[in-house]
Write a protein that binds this ligand. Sequence first.
Ligand SMILES: [Zn+2]
Length: 250
Amino acid sequence: MILEFRSDRMDRKTILLLAMAFMVLWQCDQPTPRQDLQAGNLFIDSPAIEVEANVQKQDISVSFDYDTSQWIEIMDQAPFHLDLRYATPDNFVQRSIYPCGRCFLRRKAAQALIALRDSLIRSGYGLVIWDCYRPVQAQQALWTAYPHATYVTPPEKGSMHSRGLAIDVGLTDMAGRVLDLGSTFDYFGREAHRDYPGHPVRIQERRQLLDRWMESAGFAGIRTEWWHFSYRRMSAPLDSFQWTCLSGND
Ligand SMILES: [Zn+2]
C-alpha cells in the first residue's frame, strides 16, 4: 500500500515535471511580437501597426507632412466617414474655407475618438465627421462671413476647433449613410439645440446615443449644436498650422 502510494506520487511528480518542461520548451518556440514583425506575418487590423510592421520588414522610412508630436490625422475609413464641409461650398457661408479637407485633432483627443472604433462597429454605427481642427485663419474667415457669437466663436476668443480639441460629428449606419438627428449640420435654429423637445423619440434616442459615445470618450456637447463636441481632458493653445493638400484630398 505504502509503496503503491509513493509510486503514485512519483508518477504525478514526473508528469508534473514533464509538463513544466514541455511548457518551457513550447514557450521558447513561440515567436515574440518583434519576431513576428520581422517575419512580416503579424496581422493586426490597425493602420498604425501595419505601418510599423512595414517599417520593420522593409526598412523604409515613413514621413508625415505634419507635426506628429501634436496631431493625429483621422482618416476616411469606417466607422469614420469624412464629409469635411468647409472644404466645399456646402456649408452655411456657401464657400470653401479650406483649400482641401483633412481631419486633424490633438493627439489625446484623436486617440479618444479612435478608441470608439470597435464599439461603433459592433453596434452597427459609424460617425460622419463634418469638421475637426480649424486653423485660426479659417475661424477668422467664418467670423467675417457670419459675425454672430451665438453660432460662430469670435476669433479673439478662439474656437475649440482652433485648439484642435473639437469635432463636429453625426451618426451613420454601417454603410456610412447619414442618419437623421433632427437638423442638418450647421443649422442655426432651435431644432439644432440639444434641449429642443419637439423631435420624435427616434431622433432623441439617436442624439442620446451619440452623446453617450462621445461623452464616454471625454467629449462634451454644447447647448446650441447637437453635432459639436469638445474634448475636455486636456487644454491646448490656438493654432494656425495649415495642412498640405495631397492628391485625393478634396
Ligand atoms: Zn463645432
